[in-house]
Design a protein around this ligand. Structure first.
Ligand code: FE
Length: 201
């Protein structure tokens, strides 16, 4: 049975697509969503999110509140385990899926995740064929995309990562809570982008 916190979360995500044209323009909320069982999996970043003072404040948007409330029941992802990304990242980067692998819901049209980063953390350059939007729910971060100037985004602002466009995200003095959606190539996970090899003479 689907935990009630995921039902609240799914409704909040659907409402956010109705309220924010940027989200809706990037991807209409899917009409093929089905529920699947979730086996909760905890990682240290889940506790960091649960205890983050910014996320305890009363005037968070409903979608942010719903992601925090469902956190204890979620399958937190470990996408970058054994990639050499470093212990600090593994200890502090948080992500779980709402719609898609490990999530409480499945869809062939869109995947949806939450990303939580505490202050002073860098999610290094990575890429994936899936077209992606980060939409800031709380806090802020600096978003880097190959071919574009870095941008610091605040709640209500989003950024689109094109297919296979390398991108990185860095929190400064504030945490980040972001709603992340993919609208294509849903089955291919992200990989770290290796630095370009040195030019040969
Ligand atoms: Fe990405």
């Amino acid at each position: 049975m689907t935990h009630p916190s995921f039902e609240t979360l799914l409704d909040a995500a659907r409402a956010a697509h109705g309220r924010h044209p940027a989200l809706h323009r990037f991807c209409a909320f899917p009409d093929d969503v089905t529920a699947t069982p979730v086996t909760p999996h905890h990682i240290p970043a889940a506790d960091l999110m649960a205890r983050d003072p910014l996320l305890q404040t009363p005037n968070l948007p409903p979608l942010a509140r719903a992601f925090v409330a469902a956190g204890p029941h979620a399958t937190w992802r470990e996408t970058y385990r054994n990639t050499g990304i470093g212990d600090d990242f593994l200890a502090r980067f948080g992500c779980y899926c709402l719609i898609g692998p490990g999530g409480a819901y499945q869809s062939a049209q869109m995947h949806a995740f939450v990303v939580y980063m505490p202050p002073g953390l860098c999610y290094p350059r990575h890429h994936h064929p899936g077209e992606e939007m980060y939409f800031v729910l709380a806090g802020s971060a600096e978003f880097h995309r190959d071919g574009a100037a870095p941008e610091i985004l605040s709640p209500g602002q989003g950024v689109i990562h094109a297919s296979n466009q390398p991108h990185a995200t860095e929190t400064l003095d504030r945490p980040l809570l972001a709603y992340v959606i993919w609208r294509s190539h849903l089955g291919t996970p992200p990989v770290l982008t290796m630095p370009a090899p040195p030019a040969r003479d």
